[in-house]
Ligand binder design. Structure first.
Ligand SMILES: Cc1ncc(C[n+]2csc(CCOP(=O)(O)OP(=O)(O)O)c2C)c(N)n1
Ligand SMILES: [Mg+2]
Length: 607
């Protein structure tokens, strides 16, 4: 039996989508268009796939990024040809930099309609350049057994490539001919068993090809060499930067204890908050290390770092100051060392290495017992100084706002922080505790774009939004006004998909971060080029998208509104106004309060 071209396309796309499901894909963010219709219709018809419609492709891609970050599994994106595809770029860049698995599907004209002035046609070949792990110009649909095997294998390979460590985006560009609707494809009769397999897929829902990506586990020699180094160190220091493996915290905290090493925990390390042993966790280092004598005095003789480069500039300067101290960095495959100080780069999955180091550590350590207690004393004094400083303020202060909001996220919930000051203020001002929290941010490329959309993608997986599908608690996003403005289109997803999220906008009428940077010394052009005031308030934006809106002018109001948001349904926007210039003064006063505490004799007294 011969089948028509339209039916061939249906069989081919059907096989591809069938294999996506068999490989574990569950979510597809779809934007409207006609060239992509055969894929969109096939995806929508598959009950195992959830289609999330997004009118704005840039929003859809960031939403997919959030979904993929939250679920840990590849999430697919689909759009039509032309600039629609180009709008995926910012999120693809972030996914590539941050190691988030995305399957980017773009529909395209077939070869005969390229470079001849056909509508909505651009060169989509390698559109995302070096920002994807794999690019495939997909073959035109055909329904021969060989091409169905190709479609099935392609889907399996794409999912595996996106998920393989380090995860990232892959781009498949699909040339499609008219008619752009799938027609039911009758399965040919009298096929060989092998050909029938290509048409129907393997029995029992098994994937066409199972891909094994064995984790990078360190060998015994590496483990025992590193364990011996840690054991011999007198002043070992562990540092955990941004990382999203929830299973790393417990073994890393246990290793810190076993080898007498304080562990500096970035707010995105998943180590600052949680039920694990937090006795060695240092969470006030950003403020403490701004104090020169403390930063000079607490000199380590071995540093082991896991995760991405931490956010704190004071910590970066501390690493430069102690450049002679051997620095060992552990990462599955990347080179996360902008300091260029690494003396050893260990390419192993951090959790596996840490677990093996813990096993190899017989319990003995040469660490100076005063070393960890000196760090703890500094941490405690800094903690008290910052807490007292914040408590004494009755005016809005962004540092205190981050501490207050972080304290209100219920155990099991997610705190998402925007780039710019929110992530830095969380680092400096929010102490950890025993609540298991997930703390996320787009720190791959540090963009202030797509933050609302990414956070709402995460919110789509929380318990309230998703019923019994998920155990994750509510989501709170803290975002600056420019980042909020940049991604206002993203709010529509909250309304369309009935998501629950609490969004706190710290509105300082511009880019507050720039007042801390050297360009602040150029007042004649500062406001125009960097301060960038806009004079907006976000009540109308909240109203446009059906979000509840409140302006919080006092700490009590902020607490009440965030508490109502996390226990309620729907989108809650809470706006707190701050003043950029005053904010700089308040930060400097906070560092001064810490310096007074660390200058006191008890800061250095041996216990
Ligand atoms: C897409 C993008 N554009 C520009 C920048 C540069 N940038 C970094 S921080 C910042 C200001 C952000 O302002 P806001 O979100 O209000 O946060 P605030 O600094 O006030 O805390 C800008 C423009 C960026 N990181 N990403
Ligand atoms: Mg701002």
């Amino acid at each position: 039996m011969t089948i028509g071209a339209e039916q061939a396309a249906s069989a081919y796309i059907g096989a591809f989508v069938d294999e996506l499901v068999r490989a574990g894909v569950r979510h597809v963010c779809v934007s409207p268009g006609s060239r992509s219709a055969p894929l969109a219709l096939t995806i929508a018809a598959n009950p195992a796939l959830r289609s999330w419609i997004h009118l704005d492709e840039r929003v859809g891609a960031f939403f997919a990024l959030g979904l993929a970050r939250a679920t840990g599994a590849p999430v697919a994106l689909l759009c039509t040809s032309g600039t629609a595809a180009a709008n995926f770029l910012p999120a693809v860049v972030e996914a590539h930099s941050a190691g988030v698995p995305l399957l980017v599907f773009t529909a395209d004209r077939p070869p005969e309609l390229r470079d001849v002035g056909a509508a909505q046609t651009i060169d989509q070949n390698r559109l995302f350049g070096a920002h994807v792990k794999w690019f495939v110009e997909v073959a035109l649909p055909e329904a021969t057994p060989a091409m169905l095997r190709y479609a099935r294998t392609l889907a399996g390979r794409a999912v595996a490539a996106a998920a393989a460590s380090p995860p990232g985006p892959v781009h498949l560009n699909f040339p499609l001919r008219e008619p752009l609707v799938p027609l039911p494809a009758a399965t040919p009769q009298g096929m060989t068993p092998g050909d029938a397999l290509a048409w129907r897929g393997r029995p029992d829902g098994a994937p066409w090809v199972t891909v094994t990506d064995a984790p990078r586990v360190p060998d015994a020699a590496t483990t025992s060499r590193l364990a011996a180094r840690l054991r011999r160190a007198r002043r070992p220091l562990l540092i955990c930067g941004p990382q999203f493996d929830p299973g790393l915290a417990a073994p890393l905290a246990a290793l810190a204890r076993a080898c007498g090493a304080p562990v500096l925990a970035d707010p995105l390390s998943q180590l600052r908050w949680g039920l694990h042993d937090r006795s060695m966790v240092i969470d006030r280092y950003d403020a403490a290390l701004r104090h020169e004598t403390t930063s000079a005095r607490l000199a380590p003789d071995l540093i082991m770092r896991v995760g991405e480069m931490p956010t704190s500039k004071a910590l970066q300067q501390f690493l430069q100051r102690h450049a002679v101290t051997p620095l060992v960095i552990v990462d599955s495959a990347r080179w996360p060392d902008p300091t260029l100080l690494a003396a050893e780069m260990v390419h192993a999955e951090p959790r596996f290495l840490v677990e093996r180091l813990l096993e190899a550590h017989a319990g003995d350590t040469d660490a100076d017992p005063g070393w960890a207690s000196a760090w703890r004393r500094v941490n405690d004094l800094t903690n008290t100084a910052l807490r007292d400083y914040g408590a004494g303020l009755d005016e809005p202060f962004e540092g205190r706002a981050l501490a207050e909001i972080a304290a209100l996220v219920p155990a099991g919930g997610t705190l998402f922080v925007s780039s710019s000051m929110p992530v830095r203020d969380l680092d400096a001002f929010a102490p950890g505790d025993a609540r298991p929290l997930r703390v996320l941010a787009n720190r791959g490329a540090n963009g202030i774009d797509g933050v609302l959309s990414t956070a709402l993608g995460v919110a789509a997986t929380t318990h309230a939004s998703n019923g019994a599908d998920s155990s994750a608690g509510p989501l709170v996003l803290v975002i600056g006004d420019l980042a909020f403005y940049h991604d206002m289109n993203g709010l529509l997803a909250g309304r369309l998909h009935a998501l629950d999220a609490t969004i706190v906008v710290l509105n300082n009428d511009g880019g507050g971060i720039f007042s801390f940077l050297p360009q602040a010394a150029y007042p004649e052009h500062f406001e125009l080029l960097f301060g960038t005031p806009h004079g907006l308030t976000f009540a109308p934006a909240a109203e446009l998208y059906g979000a509840r809106y409140h302006r919080a002018e006092t700490w009590d109001a902020l607490r009440a509104r965030v508490t109502a948001g996390v226990s309620g349904r729907g989108l809650h926007v809470v706006e707190m106004r701050t003043d950029r210039a005053r904010n700089v003064t308040l930060h400097r006063d906070a560092w001064a309060a810490v310096a007074i505490a660390l200058d006191a004799p008890e800061a250095t007294r041996a216990r």
